[in-house]
Design a protein around this ligand. Structure first.
Ligand SMILES: Nc1ncnc2c1ncn2[C@@H]1O[C@H](COP(=O)(O)OP(=O)(O)O)[C@@H](O)[C@H]1O
Ligand SMILES: [Mg+2]
Length: 356
């Protein structure tokens, strides 16, 4: 089931539906052959619109879509060799599993005998062998989504597009299926764009993540780059939990909260306001020697981690510890603590004129 092509380029891609701000605004994105890229962002940021433009289901207002250098922009959907999977499965209810999967092959005029063997191969790939004769309504949600995946793969697409394919499944199955999707994608080496609003899903699945904010690309990078070195406060907040501390730079450019000098690597323009962002697992708590002084306001046990809320003069933040780490056991609300973090773990975002 070797896919044919795969290098995808979006250049200045725009979609304006004519109501409100553009849904997609000058999007540039290059995706390598065999790469798995997640489009990640909150609801309404333009993920589905982007995917549907790539598929040829929505016409761009401006910009180009290139696949292996070939301009797809004006090509109708059925002439783009693209497999697509939707959140709601979109299976034909009156057709058997086998006929659903064979549909794209029939459209392409593939001979019956070959179609039958390719359908069997695709159903084997998604571990649904033996269910060929079933109707979709006699399958579980997870099985229906496997049928949809088989239907997308059976045409040997140059590109696989998935729009929140796991959102209708329960948490356990979602994790299981994301592993399977990644395994199949690697095995076939198929270039894949996966849309999700779930940061954990994007981190777990993707080679690279494209974070979108209001129709624009906020950051493109590996999961680790996105998480460890977010380009904007929006990305830092959207991907993982983070503490945002409002600070002000003195004449020397060193950042302070109240009188306390913060431990950060990056200087800020003298006198500027800035947001200092630190992940909860980097927050150190002790009896002395930290940057800030405060007191514990709450200890919340949530299974794999414990969250320790701390507040002080001009700040409030949350630290996290793995529950296996015994250091949180002595902490209780009201207790005085000294708060710090390794300078490298803090990101500084100077406040710009427009307040973003
Ligand atoms: N057919 C449409 N007509 C008008 N506006 C639309 C249409 N489809 C989407 N939009 C708007 O475009 C923006 C992006 O939507 P969408 O691409 O569905 O975002 P996402 O998939 O990230 O949730 C939203 O503001 C949405 O309301
Ligand atoms: Mg969507």
């Amino acid at each position: 089931m070797a896919p044919g092509g795969g290098h995808l380029a979006l250049a200045g891609l725009c979609k304006d539906y004519g109501v409100g701000d553009p849904a997609v605004d000058r999007l540039d994105l290059e995706i390598g052959r065999g790469e798995f890229v997640a489009l990640l962002g909150p609801s309404g940021c333009g993920k589905t619109t982007t995917l549907r433009m790539i598929a040829g289901l929505v016409e761009p207002t401006a910009g180009r879509i290139l696949l292996d250098g070939d301009d797809l922009t004006a090509k109708p959907t059925h002439r783009r060799n693209i497999g697509m999977v939707f959140q709601n499965y979109a299976l034909f209810p009156h057709m058997s599993v086998a006929d659903n999967v064979a549909f794209g092959l029939e459209m392409r005029g593939i001979a019956k005998a070959e179609a039958r063997s390719r359908v069997a191969e695709a159903l084997g790939l998604v571990r649904l062998g033996g269910l060929e004769a079933r109707r979709p309504k006699a399958l579980s949600g997870g099985q229906q989504q496997r049928v949809a995946l088989a239907r997308a793969l059976v045409i040997r697409p140059d590109l696989l597009l998935l729009d929140e394919p796991l959102s209708n499944l329960d948490a356990k199955l979602r994790e299981e299926m994301r592993g399977e999707i990644r395994e199949i994608q690697r095995r076939l080496g198929i270039t894949t764009v996966f849309v999700t609003h779930d940061q954990a899903e994007a981190l777990a699945l993707a080679d690279r993540i494209a974070v979108m904010e209001r129709g624009r690309l906020a950051q493109l990078g590996s999961p680790e780059e996105i998480y460890e070195r977010p380009a904007t406060p929006f990305v830092a907040r959207f991907v993982g939990r983070v503490n945002a501390l409002a600070a002000e730079a003195g004449a020397d450019g060193r950042l302070r909260i109240g009188g306390a000098l913060l431990s950060v690597r990056e200087p800020a323009p003298p006198g500027a306001r800035a947001t200092v962002m630190v992940r909860p697992q980097h927050i150190q708590l002790g009896s002395s020697g930290g940057t800030l002084s405060g007191h514990v306001t709450g200890v919340t046990y949530i299974g794999d981690v414990v969250q320790i809320a701390v507040a002080g003069d001009g700040f409030a933040l949350t630290a996290e510890r793995g529950t296996a780490d015994p250091s949180w056991r002595g902490l209780a609300a009201g207790q005085a603590v000294s708060v710090g973090w390794p300078p490298d773990s803090a990101r500084v975002f100077p406040e710009t004129a427009d307040g973003r």
